[in-house]
Design a protein around this ligand. Sequence first.
Ligand code: UT7
Length: 340
Amino acid sequence: MSSASSVYASLRSIGAYAPPKVLSNCDLETMVDTTDEWITKRTGIKERRIAAEDEFTSDMGAKAANKAIERAGIAKEEIDLVLCATVTPDYFNMPSTACIISDKLGIHNVQAFDISAACSGFVYLLSIAKAFIESGMKRNILIIGAEKFSSIVDYTDRSTCILFGDGAGAAIISATSNKSEAIIDIHASADGAYADFLVTPSPGSVHPASQSSLDEGLNFVQMKGNETFKLAVKTLTNDVIAILKKNSINTEDILHFVPHQANYRIIKAVGDALKMSEEQVVLTVGKYGNTSAASIPMAINEIYESGRLKKGDLMLLDTFGGGLTWASALLPFAGETIQH
Ligand code: UT7
């Protein structure tokens, strides 16, 4: 056996940040033709957080990252790769938000780059970090999912503005020789045939920024909500069944099922199809809405900070987003249980 094959990747810590400003359903009632009742019934969302005007994706990402680094008990100098998943970067398209976050953290001369996988971004990053570590190329990787989604939401479009919120989550993925701490498996996939389900048309090479692109609102997220909903339920369920089967793990072995927090009805349909109990399913959609790439790490952070997530607990992550992309991951929490 080569030395590289005895190195495993583990999720050593988690951190998150949610901006303090709350946008409630009642606030939205005054902005578009909607009601608290409709939003609650159709999505389970009661409120979401909105970043301040001068608070950017990198600021939120850096705050979440600082917590993850502190909780991992490592020095910043030990981090040898910084990865950020976002579809709302500080700049379209350079410098990357990962580079800006690195600078804000005081991490210099270290490889850093962004990926674009929408809501699946954090689980995609887990797969990249796992590969870098298992190949022996890196030892401590900072991964971040951060979004200022409010920067691409049209607050006159009731079909999208009720769903999304801002926030960030981060984790340290470290090399370990202890197999019981290792990320067990990750499935990540995509199908560009459904690219038009979730799109921000401009700016980009198809629609470079122009007065007409702004007049047409092409800088805002556009979504085929109902089609996305149906495909999300099917894909999320099938992906979980496949990853559990492949690893001979039963649903009841999962202590925390952490689905992408897009819509309570999607989570409920998937949870029911998989026969998950209420105790197993992690829910934050009610208070944060859909924070895209930040949704999964923010949800993990929620159970970590409440003391529900303990060292060694088996987690199942399951996500779905623009691209279309989807991914699931099976992993134990390899960090220390929080002490209150
Ligand atoms: O994270 C990325 C993945 N994204 C998702 O997973 C989002 C998936 N989609 C969804 O969550 C749901 O499709 C929505 C919550 C966006 C919409 O729920 P829906 O049950 O699929 O509603 P719909 O789009 O079929 O619309 C039903 C009705 C329409 O009215 P008519 O045509 O039946 O008269 C809409 O105009 O609801 C209307 N509607 C609203 N009414 C009040 C749409 N948005 C609103 C609103 N308030 N905010």
